[in-house]
Every structure is written in C-alpha cells, then in structure tokens.
Design a protein around this ligand. Structure first.
Ligand SMILES: [Zn+2]
Length: 85
C-alpha cells in the first residue's frame, strides 16, 4: 500500500496496483491474477489469450474476434511469451 512501484504483469503488461491484482493475491507474484493460477504458475497460452480477450470485451466493448486478435498481439510483445506464437 505504501509502495509507489507499480509492477506490471510479465505476461500481459497489466499494471498490478493492489495485491489482489497479482496471482493468488501475492504482491511478489510475477504475473497478474488473469494470467496465472493462484499458485503463481503461468496459465497455458490459449487460456491467457482467452482471459485477456474476455477482459477486452468487458472493458472496451470490442467483439470477441477482434479481442482475441488484440490479445495475441499484446502477448507476443511480452517477455513471458517471447519466442512463441
Ligand atoms: Zn497478466
């Protein structure tokens, strides 16, 4: 709560502002709760694409097909997914 440092998810780049934004509510978790299990383990690529697409549909009102394309493009630029398509 006192930290100014805003870590972002290594998988989707989501800024994790509160412990709840981190996987499992652990402020030291490298990934957000969307991308990783409560244990902190990164979810499979397809699940992360789907989870991020759902988020875009919900938050930005884009249609699911466009959201999945956006999610794939987003993940392709993130360190957690370098080297995979
Ligand atoms: Zn994430």
């Amino acid at each position: 709560m006192t930290t100014e440092l805003c870590r972002s998810c290594g998988s989707c780049g989501f800024p994790m502002r509160t412990p709840d934004d981190h996987a499992g509510g652990d402020p030291d978790a490298e990934y957000c709760s969307t991308c990783a299990e409560a244990s902190g383990t990164l979810k499979p690529y397809d699940e992360v694409v789907q989870a991020n697409a759902d988020y875009l549909v919900r938050e930005q009102g884009v249609d699911l097909h466009a959201a999945r394309t956006m999610a794939r493009a987003l993940l392709a630029s993130m360190p957690a997914w370098q080297g995979r398509r």
